[in-house]
Write a protein that binds this ligand. Structure first.
Ligand SMILES: [Zn+2]
Length: 329
């Protein structure tokens, strides 16, 4: 029942998401277009300058970041390995926390070792469960990673954002609703069908084992977008083995990104609720690139995305899958 619908017009592929039917337009030729404003800047300069006053660096984090109330964490901040989780001073959501990923002020994409990511995910899970234990209505967890300023990350020091909200984000609610409808209609699970179909086609399928499948999205909403689809419905359902696997696969994906020439990205999670397991839904994450960090650059998001909710992309998912596969061998 999965339909990978695409229409070719004027060398542009109009693709429709198999679940939501949202539109993506892909034109790989656009990657070669003239970009008049591409100023160069010394990235090392920004990195070393921002290090001097960075409150996420080990010398300052203790004195300059807020603490949780005792009910959430007795010590005030959750620490595992190089990760420290603490409240976000400038939140945009409920129970909005920040978690550093490293003690180092800057890590290149191929420098994120699996244990750094694993420790961060374990601390994230601790935080989510602690919030939930205190407020049984806070059931919608989110784990976000904005890497470097073009991704909207205002602080260079590697960190993630963690939210636990009482209502699902509208897009999350939509995904759940569509997944439920698919199940009612077909008596099958969309996410299982999607993975089976992608594996069979072998055009966008990158990797899979018994806990996760990794594919390049058919109708991406971001450049170089890949999805991790888990055999669990919520973030907090990931056990230690699954977290280990997630961390290891993420380091491989980031090495692939580095090789492609990517210097900024977003990672987002779409998680089911904490209070029940939804059999028709799979926790999944999306990883997509953002413009390379340099002085002035052409944004990858314009009026089509902001105003029309249509995604204009210049990277082909099938080519991306081919470039990423070797990193998972
Ligand atoms: Zn720092």
């Amino acid at each position: 029942m999965i339909e990978f619908r695409k229409v070719m017009t004027n060398q542009i592929e109009f693709r429709f998401d198999p679940l939501t039917e949202e539109q993506t337009r892909i034109n790989p030729e656009r990657a070669k277009r003239l970009k008049q404003a591409e100023g160069d800047i010394r990235l090392e300069e920004i990195i070393s300058k921002s290090r001097e006053t960075c409150v996420f660096c080990p010398e300052q984090i203790e004195g300059k970041t807020p603490k949780f109330p005792e009910a959430i964490c007795k010590e005030g901040r959750i620490r595992i390995g190089e990760t420290t989780v603490f409240p976000n001073l400038n939140p945009f959501g409920e129970n909005h926390a920040v978690g550093t990923l490293s003690e180092g002020h800057f890590l290149d994409l191929d420098e994120f070792k699996a244990d750094l990511l694993r420790d961060n995910l374990l601390a994230t899970k601790n935080y989510i469960l602690s919030v939930y234990a205190n407020d049984r209505q806070a059931i919608w967890p989110i784990w976000l990673w904005n890497y470097m300023p073009p991704s909207a990350g205002s602080i260079i020091h590697p960190h993630v954002q963690i939210l636990v909200e009482k209502e699902p984000i509208p897009r999350q609610a939509r995904l759940l609703d569509k997944s439920k409808r698919y199940f009612k209609l077909t008596k099958k699970i969309y996410w299982e069908d999607l993975v089976a179909e992608e594996r069979k086609l072998d055009e966008r399928y990158i990797f899979g084992d018994d806990s996760v499948s990794i594919i390049a999205s058919f109708a991406p909403r971001g450049f170089n977008e890949i999805q991790f689809i888990f055999n669990e419905s919520s973030l907090a359902d990931l056990d230690e083995k699954e977290i280990d696997g997630f961390a290891g696969n993420l380091t491989k994906a980031l090495c692939g990104y580095k090789e492609i020439g990517i210097g900024s990205f977003n990672l987002i999670t779409y998680s089911g609720p904490l209070d029940k397991t939804l059999h028709y839904y799979s926790l999944h994450t999306k990883l997509f690139s953002r413009p390379y960090p340099k002085g002035v650059y052409t944004s990858d998001t314009g009026p089509m995305e902001r105003g029309y909710d249509v995604w204009v992309i210049d990277t082909l998912p099938e080519e991306l899958a081919n470039r990423m596969k070797p990193f998972f061998d």
